[in-house]
Design a protein around this ligand. Structure first.
Ligand code: S3P
Length: 445
């Protein structure tokens, strides 16, 4: 049966009578990527609880192994990383980051000032995503980074060289670009300052803090002190990573929008730069209660439990500076909008067009097929609710994990079976998604 599903790579989701229970979503993807990379240049063995063992993060670990680190998971899923003590080796063959934009952009920063050569590549989606946004600041620092693909896209060829600190104003509010610059800055001579047009997720800053790497934040300016070509001293650490709020978001919306929804999501990351999805859902009328936990020394960021129950949702406007802090939740927030009374507008979100797919187009095309009144805008969407899937239908994720999961949740809330094509991409961020869906009362064929 499993083989058949894999072969056809599609899932049929049935409407569910209730969506309830307790679960812990998988580990935070952004933190897993950063910890995986930095522990790999560290001295000694780092231990990571809660590392996300998804395709994206495993691709990053494989790349780190090709650069000289050693990694293994024990039987409880804990990850051990044997660092290279700052001495990467040139990998044999290209490093394949799969679907991981964070993997490619951050690793390019980490390698630009190391005395090695490497080629970074990825799947069709990743090789179609803009890399000029990291090449520009890296080249300004003196890096030898070249896009081998068409239109400034990957593969990227990096010949590690000496870097110079710079001041760089980000043209887009992107945590990936900021983090790429911060990682390269560690290997530069002098200080590097990155100026953000709007606050973006700050996991790199939190991880630097945990590792005692020197940097300062002054309003929207982040300054990293460089260590030159020798690179920074990175100690081995024990880490405990929280569950990913972006994965939790699917169930937050599902339970709030379901007429019999009641869920508790355990140990979810509550970094204030990631919780805008909770603010928006509350604004839409969702009944959500957050209970933060006490932090221990191995915790790198705040986390807690989130309780959500069936709610009457109303439309809202999502835009401005909240966009970077909920960028990955916009597909499922569009579903919340489709379930809500009245109009939901998503604006200032043109970055959605250069994610794992053009998410504005993908959401629009699928909602349209489902009979939802939706208007595509250059920088977002305008959705009229409430609506739900009423007839049997076949949809297509376009190979984008967050589109696939958003559509699956919408199907749970409807009245008809919905078939979603190309669902294997869900492995990139949420390997246990179908199990969790079943655990909460959903059914999938
Ligand atoms: C990420 C930042 C975001 C987000 C991506 C992960 C990160 O991208 O969409 O899934 O880990 O820094 P941008 O910063 O490019 O918007």
């Amino acid at each position: 049966m499993n083989n058949i599903i894999e072969l056809r790579n599609e899932a049929t989701v049935l409407p569910c009578t209730k969506l309830s229970g307790t679960l812990q979503p998988p580990g935070d993807k952004s933190l897993s990527n950063r910890v995986g990379m930095l522990a790999s240049i560290g001295k000694g063995i780092s231990r990571v609880q809660g590392f996300l063992a998804s395709a994206d993060c495993v691709a990053v670990l494989k790349a780190m192994e090709a650069l000289g680190a050693r990694t293994h998971f024990d039987r409880d899923g804990e990850l051990f990383i044997h660092g290279t003590d700052g001495r990467f080796m040139s990998p044999v063959g290209p490093l394949d980051l799969g679907n991981s934009g964070t993997g490619m952009r951050l690793l390019a920063g980490l390698l630009a000032g190391s005395p090695i050569s490497a080629t970074l590549t990825g799947d069709d989606s990743l090789r179609g995503r803009p890399m000029g946004r990291i090449i520009e600041p890296l080249q300004a620092m003196g890096a030898r980074v070249e896009a081998l693909g068409a239109k400034g896209c990957a593969p990227l060829r990096i010949e590690g060289t000496r870097l110079q600190g710079i001041t760089y104003e980000l043209p887009v509010a992107s945590a990936q670009v900021k983090s790429c610059c911060m990682l390269a800055a560690l290997f530069a001579e002098g200080a590097t300052t990155v100026v953000e047009p709007a606050p973006t997720r700050d996991h790199t800053e939190q991880v630097f803090r945990h590792l005692d790497l020197p940097f300062s934040v002054d309003a929207n300016r982040i300054t990293v002190d460089g260590f030159g070509a020798a690179g920074p001293p990175v100690p081995s650490k024990n880490w405990r990573l929280p569950a990913d709020i972006s994965s939790a978001a699917f169930w937050l919306v599902g339970a709030a929008a379901h007429r019999r929804g009641a869920l508790t999501l355990k140990n979810v990351g509550l970094n204030p730069r990631r919780t805008a999805v909770i603010d928006v859902l509350k604004r839409m009328g969702a009944r959500i209660k957050v209970t933060p936990h006490k932090l221990e020394t191995t915790d790198v960021e705040p986390y807690g439990d989130i309780r959500v129950v069936s709610s009457k949702l109303k439309g809202t406007v999502i835009g401005g500076t909240e966009i970077p802090n909920l960028i990955d939740e916009l597909p499922i927030l569009a579903i919340a909008g489709a379930c809500a009374d009245g109009e939901t507008v998503i604006k200032d979100a043109q970055e959605l067009r250069v994610k794992e797919s053009d998410r504005i187009r993908a959401i629009c095309a699928n909602l349209h097929k489902l009979g939802v009144a939706v208007e595509e805008m250059a920088d977002g969407l305008r959705i009229q609710g409430p609506a739900k899937p009423r007839t049997r239908i076949v949809l297509d994720s376009g190979g984008d994990h967050r589109i696939a999961m958003a559509l699956a949740v919408f199907a749970l809330l409807g009245e008809a079976r919905v078939t979603i094509k190309r669902v294997d991409c869900i492995e990139t961020s949420y390997p246990g998604f179908w199990n969790d869906l079943s655990k909460l009362g959903g059914q999938v064929e």
